[in-house]
Design a protein around this ligand. Structure first.
Ligand SMILES: [Zn+2]
Ligand SMILES: [Zn+2]
Length: 454
């Protein structure tokens, strides 16, 4: 298996880096004990990256390609991480495969050259002088969304909408330049499709695990989004009914999370047969094809969520047609608008407005709807039922995840064998094959595509 070979290489390389970091640490500790340095300074080797080169998959107005980047000095508040693996998120398909200046835009605005990706996993190679959380040699996940722990939203438990995110207005920081002097920025101030990720420590989560880079890369964005949505953001009750729309990596992670939480019924709605089959292996109890169910989809889910007890005085509910008491206790909508036409089975609506509306309709009165996808357009709902019938809508960027507290626990779920991240890594590529990897994601011929660094 190419993945295993690459992973083994990465692990031996990691050990080398760790060993060298330990040597640096030991020397610094000696200086600290002699009183020359404070203990805090001792842990931080005096290194910068100025002038060194790395390779990265970079988007410019001409499109995306792998190019050399000459690095600037590492800022005091940033961390350089030698990348082990990163995941090809569907949300950046347009940036990876499109052309034109607009495509070089995204969170943080239009820049001339943007390293693609939003996180991954790797080993800390150098830290700036004011960084406290991580040290050289640490294995860390760089998460899709920061969690500074100090902004208005983090202090209120909403790390997923942390103010340090470029999508919340935080400017992108240049980290290097192309051969012609063009400044290079990173998507989300993290990148991922580069030999080094240069980021702030509030994107870094320690990963004390022997899990492979590929598995952990799935937790950087999509895996944590789906898993967090049903375990920490809106924790599913045991015995509950859950409907998950879309069985891409986010949906498959939500399905696994619902299984871990002890949901009794987990209904997956997905047009692609291979994904329905994988969903059933990972915990879904029933799989529906929206193209087969057509306009009957909502009623079908309501029928499937019918309880044994139908009498109200026996704890039952009125689930006859026309009543909105029926439906799933939790509905997780992970369907997004198509960035490209799939080469496999297509869903009923490329904008994803239809499945998003159906998700609301199949949520029982008083139930929870969690939306995680990126539909395009406007949604219209019956105002009376929207205003009065107790459905609770949770919109979760990054599944409501507070990375610092949640992601280490998700890593534990991998180690405990409860969350199967490996099953979602359906293809691996090298950095030079980044475009090919994104094409497979755009075509939907793979579920989870991961770029592994050797
Ligand atoms: Zn993502
Ligand atoms: Zn914050």
């Amino acid at each position: 298996m190419p993945l295993n070979e690459k992973e083994n290489d990465a692990i031996s390389r990691r050990n080398l880096i760790r060993k060298s970091a330990e040597v640096i640490g030991a020397g610094a500790a000696a200086l600290a004990s002699s009183g020359v340095l404070s203990a805090q300074q001792a842990a931080l080797p005096d290194r910068t990256l100025a002038g060194s080169k790395m390779r990265a998959f970079i988007r410019t107005a001409q499109g995306a390609s792998v190019q050399d980047v000459k690095l600037l000095a590492l800022r005091d508040d940033m961390v350089a991480i030698r990348t082990e693996a990163t995941q090809c998120c569907y949300t950046i398909v347009n940036q990876a495969l499109g052309s034109g200046t607009a495509g070089a835009g995204g969170a943080g605005g239009v820049v001339a050259a943007r390293i693609l990706g939003h996180g991954g996993v790797g080993i800390v190679e150098a830290v700036g002088s004011s960084v406290r959380r991580v040290r050289p040699g640490d294995r860390v996940l760089v998460t899709n969304t920061p969690n500074c722990g100090e902004c208005y939203d983090c202090l209120r438990g909403r790390g997923d909408i942390c103010q340090m995110n470029p999508s919340a207005g935080e400017p992108l920081v240049p980290i290097g330049e192309l051969a012609d002097g063009t400044p290079v920025h990173q998507h989300n101030n993290t990148g991922g499709f580069a030999e080094l990720m240069i980021t702030f420590d509030w994107y870094c989560v320690p990963a004390f695990t022997k899990a492979s880079g590929g598995e952990l890369a799935m937790l950087g964005c999509v895996g944590a989004t789906g898993l967090g949505a049903v375990t920490t953001f809106v924790p599913v009750d045991f015995g509950a009914s859950v409907a998950v729309l879309g069985a891409g990596p986010v949906g498959l992670s939500a399905i696994q999370g619902a299984r871990i939480r002890g949901a009794a019924k987990i209904i997956v709605v997905e047009p692609i047969r291979a994904r329905r089959e994988l969903a059933l292996k990972l915990g879904a109890t029933i799989a529906l094809d929206p193209n087969v169910e057509g306009n009957n989809l909502v009623e079908k889910v309501r029928d499937l969520c019918r309880d044994e007890a139908t009498r109200k005085f026996l704890g039952g509910r009125d689930t006859t047609r026309g009543s909105d008491s029926g439906g799933a206790d939790y509905v997780i909508a992970t369907v997004g608008g198509d960035a490209a036409m799939p080469k496999v089975e297509q869903g009923p609506d490329p904008t994803a407005i239809l499945p998003t509306r159906q998700a609301w309709e199949m949520t029982r009165a008083g139930g929870h709807l969690v939306t995680l996808g990126l539909p395009r357009g406007n949604i219209s709902l019956p105002a009376g039922a929207w205003a009065n019938r107790g459905r609770i809508h949770h919109a979760g960027q990054y599944g409501g995840v507070n990375a610092k507290s949640d992601v280490p626990r998700f890593v534990q779920l991998v180690d405990m064998g409860l969350f199967n991240a490996k099953a979602m890594v359906t293809s691996t590529y090298s950095l030079d094959q980044s475009k090919e990897a994104f094409q497979a994601v755009a075509d939907r011929t793979t579920v989870g595509a991961v770029v592994v660094f050797s």
